[in-house]
Design a protein. Structure first.
Length: 293
């Protein structure tokens, strides 16, 4: 996909997929394991989930490469397999997308290093840039259509991802920060500052994912929309979770309510929407229904 193709696609509302991690855990993935390694061993489970999203109406599905960077894989002693792991994981999503009866795009999913950036921590811009450059080059060669840097908690680290992408490919890159209901970012700054900086750096779409439910993001999305000229993304959780007796996060917002709140986010300026933690293909289908698809 070229950047021009992306601009054409986003002339209408684009529907993303929903959660991956929370659904894999519901399907039996234990806590604390390397998600990428577990998915490699449970291809059928993962592809069934993604087929569900495609059937529900998703235009873009996320490849399960979220933690496929060298820093995260090193924690699981898998750093020497970085190319094989990312390439195989992309192929899982590519197979689902290519088998669809309509055009479905595959986004390479990348995220934060998990380390604090200087001066709060010892992660430098240069180290982050190299981490992203390596993974994005592998993902590009594996055949993805675009890049998504999601669940980001630091503006500078996200800028490193955008800069790295521009050095190895011309694929569109979307960026979503994790924010509180007031738009503030964990490491400092806010969603508006991030969106403006990321657009200036070359991001093709910006917005928020995870953290809170869609009912708490209307002002954040509206404020982002008023300050950027590129598409705005909203991929929230299924409401705020509570922790049950087994220590599991339980999301209480039902699919019809989620879809109604997503419609409000679209009215506030979101042009690319989907779901994060707690959402399933049912949620995406409800959004597609509201979009009259």
């Amino acid at each position: 996909m070229t950047k021009q193709d992306f601009q054409t696609l986003t002339q209408n509302v684009v529907l993303l997929d929903g959660a991956t991690g929370s659904n894999l855990m519901a399907a039996g993935m234990p806590k604390g394991v390397c998600t990428e390694e577990w998915v490699l061993a449970h291809k059928d489970v993962f592809q069934a989930l993604q087929r569900g999203y495609v059937e529900a109406g998703s235009d873009i599905i996320y490849a399960p490469t979220f933690g496929g960077n060298r820093i995260n894989l090193t924690m699981h002693h898998l750093q020497d397999q970085i190319k094989e792991i990312n390439t195989r994981l992309v192929s899982y999503s590519r197979e689902v997308a290519d088998a669809a009866s309509r055009k479905v795009y595959v986004a390479a999913d990348i995220t934060t290093s998990g380390k604090m950036m200087e001066p709060a921590g010892d992660m430098t811009y240069e180290a982050a840039f190299e981490m992203y450059r390596e993974q994005i080059e592998i993902l590009k060669n594996a055949g993805v259509d675009l890049i998504i840097a999601e669940t980001m908690i630091n503006i500078e680290e996200t800028l490193a991802a955008v800069d790295a992408a521009s050095t190895v490919c011309q694929l569109p890159i979307m960026c979503t920060m994790t924010v509180d209901a007031d738009g503030s970012i964990f490491s400092g700054g806010n969603a508006i500052e991030a969106a403006v900086s990321l657009e200036a750096a070359g991001a093709d779409a910006v917005g928020v994912n995870c953290s809170v439910g869609p009912d708490q993001l209307i002002s954040v999305i509206r404020n982002i929309r008023e300050n950027v000229s590129i598409p705005v993304i909203a991929k929230p959780n299924a409401g705020m979770p509570f922790i049950d007796d087994q220590g599991n996060a339980v999301y209480s917002m039902k699919a019809p309510d989620f879809a109604k709140h997503i419609k409000a986010l679209i009215d506030a300026g979101a042009g690319i929407v989907g779901g994060c933690c707690g959402t399933t293909p049912e949620y995406i289908k409800e959004v597609a229904t509201i979009l009259e698809r």
